[in-house]
Design a protein around this ligand. Structure first.
Ligand SMILES: Cc1cc2nc3c(=O)[nH]c(=O)nc-3n(C[C@H](O)[C@H](O)[C@H](O)COP(=O)(O)OP(=O)(O)OC[C@H]3O[C@@H](n4cnc5c(N)ncnc54)[C@H](O)[C@@H]3O)c2cc1C
Length: 490
């Protein structure tokens, strides 16, 4: 079926509403709630028999700060100025960053924490100071990204910004979505489950005025007086799209998402004249910690050379590893710091040796390469410096305790978790833009259907997706409900 159909082709509307929300995950639920609160009639169409999407699968870390700090940051003694937060995000995404979007986010992110807490999501006033992907202590604040690592520590003051629902470990998404969806139901939004959105409806002025949805095996037409919001997640589950846009990851990635991540929203947006951007960018997760002591190890490539400071966030490692020759990466580590990484328990040790020379021989790395790398690293680590990659002194120690090991972190072996970051170009209001950056009337997008705050794996931090999806979902709901109402043709 065509992803866009003409209004004149529609003979009868089965439903009429103000704002039609496609997808009932984090972005869609946030959009629906705000549109209802602003006084619009809202219908939500969700493909599956329950809502939640990938947001419910997530740990629901939310990356928030600015304005002096969220209530949680402040109560735990952390001050985070808006400029500091802005500088950090701009450092993360560099030339990919959308300044207007980043500005909107840093201005509103502290209030967004109040919004989440106001929904009923519990946050514990506890700070976890360690290095872990998700704090398993029940605490609600932690560092989640590259804040303390070079070069980011040169460009912004390191502040913990990962906000986690209390005592939820990896299940924070269920907590958030439980409260969010309860609020949506109480707001009076009309939710249709087992309702797969197929196409958008476009009027003669190219304004989007509704959609076609399959419910009970019947295609039904919906007229939306104010607008349609696309919040249908990313495209990591769509093999033809991943082959096209992230071929370098296609055969090696473990697809991280829900089965609905098929790019339906992006494809409908494109069909309506929208522009999809940064489609080749993805999160590639190589969790080389916890345990945090593994950070003392060093990563080398096929040439036996280091390529990164190992105190970075796991998706930055994934991004850099994906760019090494044959996507090969190995951790060299000594007996003092060696252990299995918690999230990749099956990592293979490909060589061991009582000396680096012996290990190098067994590994097949070019003769002398690893010996040189390790000697150079150890010589400087002894002084507490890393002249090549500026790893923090906190994680620098000479690797001198035999036996030594080389552990395979190559992408093909590890099959890291991946999800997509490309999506529709939108204004911070959620309005979908053409390639000329003109607004497509009546069409909004948020969450992984749009290209949001996190635009590269290189700059990603845990918490950026859910914060972005819910924050900009809200903006899309507010914007749509501020649009004047158009009436359906009789
Ligand atoms: C295991 C896991 C852990 C993660 N942990 C974190 C974390 O802690 N912090 C973080 O920031 N990010 C995390 N992420 C990433 C993050 O969860 C997602 O990027 C984000 O939640 C996406 O939100 P969304 O609203 O765009 O999509 P979703 O929440 O996936 O919602 C999209 C909805 O649209 C529906 N849909 C799709 N197609 C159609 C259609 N044609 N018609 C109707 N409905 C449709 C889907 O069924 C789904 O319900 C994690 C991801 C995973 C998989």
């Amino acid at each position: 079926m065509d992803r866009v159909v003409k209004l004149e082709q529609i003979e009868h509307f089965d439903f009429i509403t103000d704002v039609a929300v496609c997808g009932y995950g984090g972005a869609g639920a946030s959009a629906a709630l705000e549109a209802r609160r602003a006084g619009s009639e809202v219908m939500i169409f969700e493909r599956f028999s329950s809502g939640g999407g990938s947001t419910a699968l997530s740990a629901c870390e939310m990356y928030l700060g600015g304005n002096g700090g969220t209530k949680l940051q402040q109560e735990l003694g952390f001050e985070d100025s808006t400029e500091n937060f802005y500088n950090y995000l701009m450092a993360c995404f560099g030339k990919y960053a959308d300044e207007a979007r980043v500005r909107k986010f840093v201005d509103g992110a502290a209030e967004h924490f109040d919004w989440a807490e106001g929904l009923g999501v519990p946050y514990k006033r506890g700070f976890y100071p360690g290095r872990d992907v998700v704090a398993m202590t029940g605490d609600s604040l932690q560092y989640t990204g590259n804040e303390r690592a070079y070069p980011f520590n040169q460009q912004a003051q390191a502040i913990p910004r990962g906000h986690l629902p209390a005592d939820a470990d990896h299940d924070g998404g269920k907590v958030l979505m439980g409260h969010l969806m309860r609020n949506v139901v109480e707001s009076g939004a009309d939710i249709k489950y087992d309702a797969r959105v197929l196409s958008l409806i476009q009027d003669e002025n190219k304004r989007i005025c509704g959609l076609l949805v399959k419910i009970d095996n019947k295609v039904q037409a919906v007229y939306a007086r104010q607008g349609v919001i696309l919040a249908m997640g990313g495209f990591i589950m769509n093999e033809s799209m991943t082959k096209q846009h992230i071929p370098q990851l296609e055969s090696i990635c473990t697809r991280h998402g829900n089965p609905g991540d098929r790019g339906d929203g992006i494809l409908m947006g494109i069909a309506a004249g929208g522009n999809a951007i940064h489609m080749g960018q993805a999160f590639v997760g190589i969790a080389h910690y916890p345990p945090s002591d593994l950070t003392y190890g060093i990563f080398v490539n096929e040439q036996g050379q280091r390529f990164i400071n190992e105190d970075i966030y796991l998706a930055r490692l994934g991004d850099y590893a994906a760019r090494q020759t044959n996507q090969k990466a190995y951790m060299f580590i000594d007996n003092k710091y060696y252990s299995r990484p918690d999230y990749h328990e099956t990592t293979e040790i490909i060589a061991v040796g009582e000396t680096v020379e012996e290990l190098e021989r067994e590994s097949g790395l070019p003769e002398g390469s690893l010996q040189h790398t390790v000697a150079y690293y150890n010589q400087h680590a002894e002084q507490g410096v890393d002249p090549l990659f500026h790893k923090s002194a906190d994680w620098l120690a000479p690797l001198v305790t035999p036996p030594f090991a080389l552990v395979d972190y190559s992408l093909a072996t590890l099959k890291p978790t991946c999800f997509t970051l490309g999506g529709l170009d939108t204004l911070p209001t959620g309005e979908v833009l053409t390639a000329e950056r003109e607004v497509i009337e009546g069409l909004y997008a948020a969450g992984r259907t749009a290209s949001g705050i996190p635009r590269t794996g290189e700059g990603y931090a845990s918490g950026m997706s859910v914060a972005d999806a819910t924050f900009f979902g809200r903006q899309a709901g507010i914007s749509a409900s501020q649009t004047s109402r158009n009436e359906p043709p009789v």
